[in-house]
Every structure is written in C-alpha cells, then in structure tokens.
Design a protein around this ligand. Structure first.
Ligand SMILES: Nc1ncnc2c1ncn2[C@@H]1O[C@H](COP(=O)(O)OP(=O)(O)OP(=O)(O)O)[C@@H](O)[C@H]1O
Length: 249
C-alpha cells in the first residue's frame, strides 16, 4: 500500500464525559477520495476539525506527509497543503464568483487583499481564478454575484476557493447537504473530475454519492472507526450493516 499522506493514530477528544473521538486510527492515501461516514453525532465533524487544527485532541497523533502536525495551528497546516472547504460565499455576497476565487488565490499566496491596488498586481490572480472557475464548471458564471449563484454553484465556488491553495488534502464536510438530486449529481461529477488532483477526505450522508465516489470508506461509530475498506468491502461488512447501513444498503 502506498505511504499514507495523512496518518492518524489514537486520536481522542472528550467533552466532559462524552468521548467524541475515542481513539481514531485513519490513513488517507495520496490522491484518493476517502469517505468518512457514520450516524449523526458519531464524531465526524469533530474529527475533521481535529485534522484541520480547529479542535485540539486530548491524545493521539496526526501526521501529514510524514510530519507531526498534531499541535500545529490551522494556518501552518494550510501552508503544508491541508485545506478545508468552507461555506464562505456568503461573506461578500456582492462580490462575483471570479472575485471570490481571486481573493482565495491572493490569500493562498499570502497577499493581503487591498481595495486600492494597481489593477496589474492582481491580473495574474484573476487569470488563475478564472482557471479554477473553469475547473469547477463555473466559467460561464464568473461575473455573477456570489449571492445570485444557486446552492450547488456556491458549493462549487467553495471548492474552487479551496483549490486555490493547491492542497494535497482537501477536507470536505457534507458538500451535498441541502442539494437536490440534480445538484448532487453535478457535485459527484465535479468531484470525479477532480479525482487525483488532490486527496479528499469526504464527510457525507448521501450514501449514493459516497459509494459512487469513494476509493475507500471509513465508518465512524461512537467515536471509533469500526470498518475501513473499499465500498464493496464496507457494504458487505457485518458490523457496518448492524451499526449503520442496515440491510437495505
Ligand atoms: N464543542 C462541543 N462541546 C460539547 N459537545 C460537542 C462539541 N462539539 C461536538 N459535540 C458533541 O459531540 C458529538 C459528535 O458531534 P459531531 O458534530 O462531531 O458529530 P457528526 O458525526 O459530525 O454528526 P452529524 O453527522 O450529525 O453532523 C455530538 O454529540 C455533539 O453534540
């Protein structure tokens, strides 16, 4: 098996008596789409927060590309190539899709956004931003205000903004949430296109999407990974059926 890009061992976090992650072991390989599934309250979002650096673990280690990042702050993890896609299109609703993507490009380069700047200084950023929009299927929507984008288009814009950092691992927390079937299918198609560009850790409740997209799936139940494997192996796993997927999956 290829060397893991992200390697988590014994990760634990408790809030009072509630052990939200209770000794999680997880490995994400370079370029794979690794889905993290589990019932409501299983600890998925907390685990993503721990990987991103927003939630400090009580115990355990997180290694990224061989380096121990367990105690690194968010921005240093981001600089190493760990990006989390956020729902950020509501921050500047009047800014266009292109302006949002250009902001992300400038932020990724460590340049502060200045309202009064020579146009030439961000021409390159806008060109790169246009390329990112093209990649996520928003080229024709570049000049549309973010607020006017559809729900699915906003999610695509957030992906473009996360990609601006040229991540090696992207953390995606429920990109299909609140999308209808058509938008969900578009997001599956988009993530399929991005496959291999960077590894993706995907938290998602839409099982159709998960089983279509994932190279491997980890199942988190009560703060522990109870199974990890290919979609077929996970679908057939007796413990997963009992704890989560049920017999109909
Ligand atoms: N800051 C916090 N303080 C106290 N309890 C918390 C905190 N954050 C999360 N929890 C609790 O930890 C548990 C796991 O939450 P988490 O959001 O990680 O689960 P999840 O698997 O992402 O759930 P869902 O699928 O519903 O989004 C929940 O019971 C939640 O109430």
């Amino acid at each position: 098996m290829a060397e893991a890009l992200l390697h988590i061992a014994g990760l634990a976090k408790a809030y009072g008596a509630l052990h939200v992650t209770a000794g999680v072991d997880l490995a994400v390989l370079p370029g794979e789409i690794h889905a993290l599934i589990g019932p409501n309250g299983a600890g998925k979002t907390t685990l993503v927060g721990q990987i991103a650096g927003e939630v400090m673990p009580d115990a355990g280690t997180i290694r990224f590309d061989g380096a121990d990042i367990t105690r690194l702050p968010v921005h240093k993890r981001a600089r190493l190539g760990l990006a989390r896609a956020f729902q950020i299109t509501s921050i500047f609703p009047r800014f266009t899709a292109l302006e949002h993507a250009a902001l992300a490009v400038m932020a990724a380069r460590g340049r502060t956004f200045r309202l009064l700047r020579p146009a030439s200084s961000d021409r390159a950023a806008r060109e790169e931003a246009a390329g990112l929009l093209d990649e996520v299927g928003l080229a024709a929507r570049a000049e549309v205000a973010a607020a006017a984008l559809s729900h699915g288009e906003k999610r695509a814009l957030e992906l473009a903004m996360a990609l601006a950092a040229r991540p090696r691992l992207m953390l995606l927390d429920e990109p299909m949430a609140g999308t209808g079937p058509a938008e969900s299918a578009a997001m599956v198609a988009l993530l399929t296109r991005l496959k291999g560009r960077c590894a993706i850790l995907l938290v998602e409740h839409d099982m159709d999407a998960v089983f279509r997209l994932a190279d491997r799936i980890s199942v988190l139940v009560n703060g522990r990974i109870i199974a990890c494997g290919t979609p077929d192996a996970v679908r057939a796993d007796a413990a997963v059926k009992a704890a989560y997927l049920g017999d109909g999956a």
